[in-house]
Design a protein around this ligand. Structure first.
Ligand code: ARG
Length: 271
């Protein structure tokens, strides 16, 4: 089994096929590698990862494929376990339930480690840092977080941006959308005054929509990790082992550079 795993790790063809695995389309395996998994998963031979593919650069659609940092991390983990990565794309606030109920093996969705969530799932070691930021129109009177008081804030439902707006902004009206893009649209259409969303997706939105800016001051410091069913230590240990390996062998930095290249200081991104 060890040598098979090594073989898989060395197989560039397998890596390419795995990284192409996505939602909504069947991928050919071509490697003939079945039954080599060292952990049991929800569906034999597969590693099903639940996500919400509305969150560039972590997960988003390119044609019928889900691509992004989390897609590549999932593909790598699956490959190391001798499994085929299969994506289940769903509403962000359904991911934890999908992991709990055994619909998916893991949730990976730019998901922040949170105390409330720890009651329902276990989290891996963090793989990157993030923070909530404020997006406004260029000419907005909102210049600092304090200016959010009493304003209408658009968020993606069930996210830490939602929690922040709901719990920390005095007198705000919080408008919840199922997609981050819809929250951004609300500001562009003057239905909301600001969006609170994660920093890297915010960059992606602002790049695509002229007239929007991100305020300098981040609101939170967060860490993203992979969620597994509570008590599934067999899978959690393997995920943690592979994440540590990815930090060591440069794979994580390579994935970050692939999706963040040019957009930020990669020494920071790889931390
Ligand atoms: N980091 C935030 C959270 O955990 C937002 C994540 C949203 N992810 C997504 N794929 N839509 O709540």
């Amino acid at each position: 089994m060890k040598s098979l795993k090594k073989l898989l790790a060395l197989s560039a063809a397998a890596a390419v096929l795995m990284s192409m695995a996505g939602c909504g389309s069947k991928t050919e395996s071509g490697t003939g590698d079945t039954g080599s998994a060292s952990v049991s998963t929800v569906s034999e031979g597969k590693l099903i990862w639940a996500t919400n593919a509305e969150f560039e650069p972590y997960e988003y659609r390119e044609g019928d494929q889900v691509v992004g940092i989390d897609a590549d991390i999932s593909a790598y983990i699956a490959e190391q376990l001798g499994l085929e990565a299969q994506c289940e794309d769903m509403a962000f606030d359904s991911i934890i339930a999908a992991v709990q109920s055994g619909k998916a093996d893991m949730g990976i969705a730019g998901m922040t480690i949170e105390e409330d969530r720890l009651e329902n799932v276990d989290f891996s070691t963090p793989y990157t840092d993030a923070g909530q930021v404020i997006i406004v129109k260029e000419d907005s009177p909102i210049k600092t977080p304090a200016d959010l008081a009493g304003k209408t804030i658009a968020v993606q439902s069930g996210t830490t941006g939602d929690t922040y707006a709901t719990d920390n902004v005095d007198g705000a009206t919080v408008d919840r959308y199922s997609k981050g893009a819809e929250a951004v649209m609300a500001v562009l259409q003057n239905k909301a005054d600001a969006v609170i969303i994660d920093n890297r997706p915010a960059n992606a939105y602002v790049e695509k929509n002229p007239g929007l800016i991100i305020l300098d001051e981040p609101l939170t410091v967060e860490q993203y990790a992979i969620a597994v069913k509570k008590g599934n230590t067999a899978l959690l240990n393997e995920i943690n082992r592979i994440l540590a390996e990815m930090e060591e062998n440069g794979k994580m930095a390579e994935i970050m550079a692939k999706y963040l290249g040019g957009n930020e200081d990669l020494s920071e991104a790889a931390e």
